[in-house]
Ligand binder design. Structure first.
Ligand code: F6R
Length: 595
């Protein structure tokens, strides 16, 4: 949450950070701001709203001159409402130190108490940082003051501070992500971003900044220096080339990333299963041999984990556990060095998952992550990783990364059953069916349904077996994109409570797979229908109880992949009809880097 970018180099810094910041918008889009070193002072611009359509001329109205050092921020509010004053960067009293920050300063009230006489103009926790540095810098040089200030902060944080008097820039990592980009062999241009996506258009050469470290540059083009925060010891870092084809981060003619990424599933499922057989077999062996395997994720990735539990039971006859990352610490008593944890995350930056990894590591359990973003914090925190190859996912609502994760887990389950080739065959056929499914007529058929659902106050979704977690995932899509309080249930649970929600015309999406759950699912459908529910059947076959049929291919054990796609399209069109921007759901951000 919140995106940070900093640049120092020979280009116009404001132009560079503006371009980079647009690549980070999915991390937060309440408000944005840019500050640049202009002579011996700092000029800045801050605005409420999204950075997306802002042009350089608008920024240059506020920051007129060419600058070689600048920082920028796109915000997802934690402390303090969405106002121009609360937008970052924040300045000290002298206006010579500016800070952008991602994270939460848990002890900001206490620290503020020690800053009597300072002028605060925002309600943010961040604003104490430049003032702390200002105070400390009266007795020591700026870089040292920033380090000492960082040590005083409790909670997960990452910040970049610039000082117009010394021309220095310092980036500190204490629990929230930051990565350094350099141009050439470590000298010349220097970037710091919340993730590599921010500056990948400028350089693919990175130096990893780990937790408890800082990096300093004096803006003169000499190589940046890395230090340990606690000891002050200088650290030697390697320049690493990132060879990652993240795919296009542009809309390419589509109105929104959301629909573009839905359509990209024509290719991404095939890309997901394009894995190294030896690696897949090694992970499958690790699962087979582990004394307990935990799939761990949040939100949509959490529902993928849950689906994984069903897939392994069904295909590999193997019990594995799925746990929501924020609950994982409660399972620590079951963890041993023989436990295997498989975190699943699109961004690779989710704070709850990172904390879960720390819990697993504290018990010496093995961690193999399933990721979509190369170079992410999770990749480096894990013993091993493998990628789902979905390419950059820009819409906050996850679509193509979800089906790619489902495809890889299905493949893994087949591998664990000793049937890797059968799994590949099934998934290649499924990828082909998805390609056929995603045609304009299908989308129009779903859009027509969206017209009748756009005004509804709630939507129920039911599924069983493999498709019970998909009913839960479908509910997340409708909640976040459409702001409809949709709820997913296991079909069998209806009579234990949720049936009370059904009244005349209540829409109920029923996921009826062609498997052993089919008859029971149709029984659940009849229960809803008998009470006036309007049934939308997602199924390979039509049924007389369906009021509206969304046909899907009969994909066997890959049914979760094909069954979620019509709901993704439905959520997109309902969002549009309700006047919502489906790329930027209310109150959410893509990379959830706070607990
Ligand atoms: C929903 C969605 C979120 C994420 C969750 C975990 O569409 O995108 O629920 O799935 O925040 O994010 P990652 O996968 O980045 O760990």
């Amino acid at each position: 949450m919140c995106g940070i970018i900093a640049y120092t180099g020979n280009k116009d810094a404001v132009t560079v950070v503006l371009e980079c910041l647009k690549k980070l918008e999915y991390r937060g889009y309440d408000s944005w701001g840019i500050a640049a070193v202009t002579g011996d002072s700092i000029s800045q611009v801050k605005r409420v709203g999204k950075i997306g359509e802002v042009g350089i001329s608008q920024v240059k109205e506020a920051i007129k001159s060419e600058n070689h050092t600048a920082i920028a921020h796109t915000r997802w509010a934690t402390h303090g409402g969405v106002t121009q004053q609360n937008a970052h960067p924040h300045l000290d009293c002298t206006g010579t130190i500016a800070v952008v920050h991602n994270g939460i300063v848990d002890n900001h009230d206490e620290l503020k108490g020690g800053l009597a006489g300072h002028r605060f103009i925002s309600q943010t926790d961040t604003e104490i940082i430049p003032h702390l540095i200002e105070t400390l810098a009266k007795r020591m040089e700026f870089g040292r003051a920033a380090v000492e200030a960082a040590k005083m902060l409790n909670g997960r944080s990452a910040f970049v501070a610039i000082d117009s008097k010394s021309g220095m820039l310092i980036a500190v990592r204490k629990g929230s992500p930051l990565i350094v980009g350099v141009n050439g062999a470590g000298a010349g241009e220097f970037f710091v971003g919340s993730d590599v996506m921010a500056f990948l258009d400028y350089t693919n050469k990175v130096m990893y900044l780990d937790d408890g470290e800082c990096v300093v540059t004096d803006g003169s083009g000499t190589a940046p220096k890395f230090f340990a925060l606690d000891t002050g010891k200088e650290l030697q870092k390697r320049v690493v080339d990132i060879h990652w084809h993240r795919g296009s981060a542009e809309k390419e003619g589509y109105d929104h990333f959301f629909i573009k990424e839905i359509m990209e599933q024509k290719h991404t499922i095939a890309a997901a299963i394009n894995q190294d057989d030896d690696k897949i077999m090694a992970v499958a062996d690790a699962i087979r041999n582990a004394f307990g395997t935990f799939l761990v994720g949040c939100g949509t990735a959490g529902k993928v984990c849950m689906t994984g539990e069903y897939l392994f039971s069904r295909i590999a006859n193997k019990h594995i556990n799925s746990v929501i990352a924020s609950e994982f610490a409660n399972y620590q008593h079951y963890l041993t060095p023989r436990t295997l944890m498989i975190p699943i995350s699109q961004s690779g930056e989710t704070a709850d998952v990172l904390e879960a990894i720390e819990v697993a590591k504290s018990k010496n359990s093995r961690v193999i992550s399933l990721l979509n973003v190369f170079g992410s914090t999770m990749m480096r925190a894990s013993d091993d990783f493998f990628m789902v190859n979905a390419g950059a996912e820009m819409a906050v609502v996850s679509t193509k990364a979800t089906t790619a994760q489902l495809a890889v887990l299905t493949l893994l389950a087949y591998a664990a059953a000793g049937e890797l080739q059968e799994g590949k065959f099934l998934l290649m056929n499924t990828a082909g069916s998805v390609n056929d499914m995603l045609n304009p007529r299908y989308e129009e058929h779903i859009r027509n349904l969206a017209v009748s659902l756009a005004g509804k106050k709630d939507i129920l979704i039911i599924g069983r077996g493999l498709n019970y977690p998909i009913a839960l995932e479908a509910a997340i899509k409708l909640q976040e994109a459409c702001c409809i309080p949709a709820q997913g249930f296991a079909g069998g649970e209806l009579k234990h409570g949720p049936l009370a929600l059904v009244e005349e015309g209540t829409p109920c999406i029923a996921i009826v797979a062609n498997d052993e759950t089919k008859n029971d699912m149709l029984g659940s459908v009849m229960e809803v229908k008998a009470r006036g529910g309007y049934i939308i059947g997602i199924s390979p076959q039509s049924h007389s109880s369906f009021d509206y049929w969304l046909k899907v291919p009969d994909a066997g054990n890959a049914s979760p992949i094909v069954n979620i796609i019509p709901v993704q399209i439905l959520a997109y069109h309902i969002a549009i009809l309700r006047g919502l921007n489906p790329d930027y759901p209310r109150n959410l951000a893509k990379s959830v880097t706070v607990k």
